[in-house]
Design a protein around this ligand. Structure first.
Ligand code: UGY
Ligand code: MN
Length: 247
């Protein structure tokens, strides 16, 4: 469990962070019971959103009332019953949900050991647009599209690309050796969870070896690049804020 000389790959910098699983410490978060909950990213780090990793016991439950926060949940493993407003569905691994601001949501009757990532953001309304609708979906049914023409780097877009939505959540899957085509530098912030495989992530002027289970925060304008390494594809789930005015 412990590294003999106190080593870890975890690094929390001013404008990016890598959180390796060896450093995880549980938090008690109101509304989440019967689960180990790790707050990986939040405002204390400098982010404008929160990313939580919830591992449920068999009697676990997560719920939030209707308020100004919107939540995206993704079942990395296991499954559970998801209720968002009036919608209710059983999700398996790959299942996801979007609970808009103003709608209560819950995850109940989870399979023991289910790992669910939650992204939470204070909703920013857009004049002339309604609050986005609730969604309960299945990522295994979302086709991956080649990213900027590269069939070895595929993007699954889980939420509608519509102005009403002020956040996006995608899954990026790279064949070994595939890369982000250039060092991206953009206004959007990212929260990321490595789902499978391994590779190297460039964050600002540092290059980090990363593997399944790692989480990453990238502040706005954090230069970023990734290469997948090893013999199996690498994939990650990530959040970004989108569709709002620059000023
Ligand atoms: O959507 C994105 O900005 C994505 N291409 N960034 C990333 O994978 N680091
Ligand atoms: Mn990006």
């Amino acid at each position: 469990m412990s590294q003999p000389y106190g080593n870890t790959r975890t690094c929390v910098a001013a404008r990016h962070a890598l959180l390796a699983p060896d450093g995880h410490v549980k938090s008690n978060v109101p509304g989440i019971t019967g689960a180990a909950t790790i707050v990986l990213i939040n405002e204390a780090m400098g982010a404008k959103f929160a990313q939580l990793l919830v591992t449920f016991e068999s009697r676990g439950r997560a719920a939030a009332p209707a308020n100004g926060v919107e939540t995206v949940g993704y079942f990395e493993t296991g499954g559970g019953t998801v209720t968002v407003g009036r919608e209710k569905k059983r999700c398996a691994a790959g299942g996801f949900f979007f609970a808009p601001a103003g709608q209560a949501w819950s995850v109940t009757a989870p399979k023991r050991g289910s790992r669910v990532t939650l992204f939470q953001k204070k909703f920013v309304p857009l004049a002339g647009e309604k609050t986005p609708r609730a969604i309960i979906g299945d990522a295994t049914k979302v086709k991956g599209q080649p990213f900027l023409g590269d069939p070895d780097a595929r993007l699954q877009v889980l939420l509608p690309d519509e102005p009403a939505f002020d956040l996006a959540v995608n899954i990026f899957t790279y064949q070994p050796g595939a890369t982000l085509p250039f060092v991206e530098t953009h206004v959007m912030e990212h929260g990321l969870l490595m789902l499978a495989g391994q590779g190297v992530y460039r964050l600002e002027d540092a290059w980090y070896p990363v593997a399944a289970g790692d989480a990453i925060w990238m502040a706005p304008f954090c230069p970023q690049w990734f290469v997948a390494m090893g013999k199996a594809p690498a994939s990650y789930l990530y959040y970004k804020d989108v569709n709002r005015a620059a000023l």
